[in-house]
Design a protein around this ligand. Sequence first.
Ligand code: SF4
Ligand code: FE
Length: 489
Amino acid sequence: MPLMTGEEYVESLRQLKPRVYALGERIESVVDSPLMRPHVNAAAMTYEAAHLPGLSELGSAISPLTGKRISRFTYIHQNTADLVTKVKLLRLLGQHTGTCFQRCVGFDGLNALHSVTYDIDQKHNTEYHQRFLDFLRYIQETDFMIDGAMTDPKGDRSLSPSKQPDPDQYVHVVERRPDGIVIRGAKIHQTGAVNSHQILVMPTSALRPEDADYAVACAVPVDAEGVILIFGRQSNDGRRLEHGEIDQGNARYGIVGGEATVVFDDVFVPWERVFMCGEYEFAGSLVERFTCYHRQNYGGCKAGVSDVIVGASATLAEYNGVANAAHVRDKLVEMVHLSESLYSGSIACSAEGTLLASNVCLPDPMLANTVKLNTTRFIYEIYRLAHDIAGGVIATLPSEQDLRHPEIGKWVEKYFGASAACTAELRIRIARLVENMTAGTALVESMHGAGSPQAERVVLYRQANLEGKKALAKRLAGIQDGSWHLRGQ
Ligand code: SF4
Ligand code: FE
């Protein structure tokens, strides 16, 4: 079905039988698991985005491949306007859900593989690009959600994949057969994996000739034989197993995307779903392009989530009776400034995108990496300011059960109401939203999601053209030692 609704997406997950574990238990139904359902609801919003008035223009697009209207999340960017549209869509979805809706990772994997499979074919006369286009058509027609699986466990970071004492620390090919390959290893931090239909495996770093078996990109159904998913914990996730919903903060959509470790215990992949197998010299460009697309996103989704945090902070200030205090207004303005700065960066890297040989548009890597690096600071600062405005109450509130308790509820009601603008329940609801949205897991995600700050710094250093900048300075200083040029000149 080219454009599923949110409900149809949920129902489609019921048809799958992935092997999922959480808190030591086998999970029979991802959509019925209280631990996972909020993430399913958040991902379902990416499906609703193709249908809702006001969102559908952004959330859907006409596929050049099929000629049909498809989800934006299965689309290949044709130009810079498409890249800008993506950022706008992510901001709206961030505002709507207040969390990670997970589907961008597979979206970015598709766009990265579009150009890299083309480039491999040009050099090696292989048929990866056509295979990829066949897979893309399948995804656009089924509207499946894809987990973009890049991050390997990595073992000892000082050793390359093939030098690891345990060769499975990076996903690798263990067998080549006439009908396909067998892969072994694991991918960690996999956002939305348990509620995806397919897993798109990609290498996690640039590779050398001796690492050729690790140069593998392929697509695997989430419930393929040998795939095991181990669901990760999040701050306050045990509250989902309690009665009530206030203490969860954002009970409907959850906090951050649900992340899982995906184990590939000798998984067979037919050749038609293999998009790189041994072409180690292309692993680096696949990683760079994928991360460029994913880092582009962070001024979109995080600005949307920050809009919610700003709104929650302003509401809480109002409830506390301090909305007109000058220092509170200053802090709110600071939060808005930081969030809009992130958004500007995402729009800028999109507007400065370039068309690659396969006719897919790539954001400007320098600016995309700058957005993500800013995210690792700005979100911490936005959340710090939210904590400042909220006050210590977000760390010490009684539970919803105490609020509802027949004997002590009246005390909670009496002492947590603050100003006449609210009841205790209203104030507790907003305070819990701030507490949960800014809790540990969300902060760490803004630091390491889409790559750690150091990964962004490496790209900035590589692309900074320091020689060109030195030449600029020397020219003005009257030092003549050669030519000069800057990016774009
Ligand atoms: Fe999408 Fe943002 Fe979640 Fe990444 S962190 S998957 S860009 S919503
Ligand atoms: Fe992320």
